[in-house]
Design a protein around this ligand. Structure first.
Ligand code: GDP
Length: 173
């Protein structure tokens, strides 16, 4: 048997309003880079990252929305067979914070309940925050998701988000 056969391919989504940092996060996590250039096209539907969690070999395929965040414009193919999801909002974008629950509903309507994690990105810009710490924590409590503050720019907590999500996934295997 080839080693590949032991690997679990996992389709992971990152959802959230435009410009919260989804593409940047995928590039940071999968390629180790961060660019300022706005909305570059990754050029493929997803990037991959291999990791080993609790003795299981995972191959995360992390799908980008490719600028189609406008509600309902994401195709069924984007959601199909997704097995884990990062829900993201931005520290400096109140609308993105208020859209979190509708993104979760959208994912659950398409693929049912899957492991999820909530992130507040751009925490390097906390001085300009459009929501209080208490509001963000209250949201996480209400929707019962583990909550991370991240900065893709500073490479803060990015690995931790995917590590945690992968552990949730493996626990359900
Ligand atoms: P997407 O539309 O959600 O995929 O967002 P992008 O990844 O295209 O990011 C939108 C903008 O936010 C880009 O200019 C990024 O460089 C910037 N950005 C992403 N993450 C961070 C972060 O953690 N901190 C700051 N300050 N800017 C970020």
């Amino acid at each position: 048997m080839q080693e590949e056969d032991l690997e679990h391919p996992v389709k992971v989504l990152i959802v959230g309003n435009g410009a919260v940092g989804k593409s940047s996060m995928i590039q940071r996590y999968c390629k180790g880079i961060f660019t300022r250039e706005y909305k570059k096209t990754i050029g493929v539907d997803f990037l991959e990252k291999k990791l080993s969690v609790k003795g299981e070999e995972l191959r995360l395929m992390i799908w980008d929305t490719a600028g189609q965040e406008e509600f309902d414009s994401l195709t069924k193919a984007y959601y199909r067979d997704a097995e884990a999801c990062v829900v993201a909002f931005s520290t400096i974008d109140r609308d993105s914070f208020e859209a979190v629950e509708s993104w979760i509903k959208k994912v659950e309507d398409e693929v049912g309940r899957i492991p999820m994690v909530l992130i507040q990105n751009k925490v390097d810009l906390i001085e300009e925050a459009a929501m209080t710490k208490e509001e963000a924590e209250a949201l996480a409590d209400r929707i019962k998701l583990k909550f991370y503050r991240t900065s893709v720019q500073e490479n803060y907590n990015v690995d931790q988000v995917f590590q945690y999500l992968s552990e949730l996934y493996v626990d359900e295997l």
